[in-house]
Design a protein around this ligand. Structure first.
Ligand code: SF4
Length: 143
């Protein structure tokens, strides 16, 4: 979009709510974890149990499951406009290490974007059970 130089007022109206409000971003992280096993806590580790569970749920090989990341999910919004919202919004400043997960999650330097399904600011190298391929919609055989 062209109006990425928006004012703070415009930002409040037009940006994804999770980029604006920290509480929303935090609560939606927790909801996504509960509803769709969002994770893993430290995506830089091998996380064998996490990915084996995803492979079983999706009925696909483990290697293919490991390739299904937020960064290539159809719900991953890293448009120029949304990235502007992330750079400006207080909600996007939430560190996953500050969310009351047990054990604590690990912050990474991986790129972030907005998950439009759960409305949270996600890390590109995490995933969840609701991952869906580009060009597909829920109800189709694409996940
Ligand atoms: S729906 Fe997609 S973008 Fe959202 S958390 Fe799940 S895998 Fe990530």
């Amino acid at each position: 979009m062209s109006n990425v130089g928006m004012s703070n007022e415009e930002n409040q109206v037009m940006c994804p709510i999770a980029t604006i409000y920290a509480g929303t971003n935090i609560s939606n992280h927790i909801a996504c974890n509960v509803i769709a096993s969002y994770g893993p806590p430290d995506p830089t580790e091998s996380n064998d149990d996490f990915w084996k569970d995803k492979a079983n749920r999706w009925s696909i090989p483990l290697g293919e499951a490991r390739s299904r990341l937020c960064m290539n999910c159809n719900n991953y919004d890293n448009s120029e406009y949304t990235m502007r919202c992330i750079s400006k919004g207080n909600g996007a400043k939430v560190k996953v290490s500050d969310i009351p997960f047990v054990p604590r999650w690990v912050d990474t330097d991986a790129p972030k974007a907005v998950c439009t399904r759960f409305n949270l600011v996600t890390t590109s190298i995490r995933s969840c059970e609701d991952w869906i391929g580009h060009g597909y919609s829920y109800g189709e055989k694409a996940y």
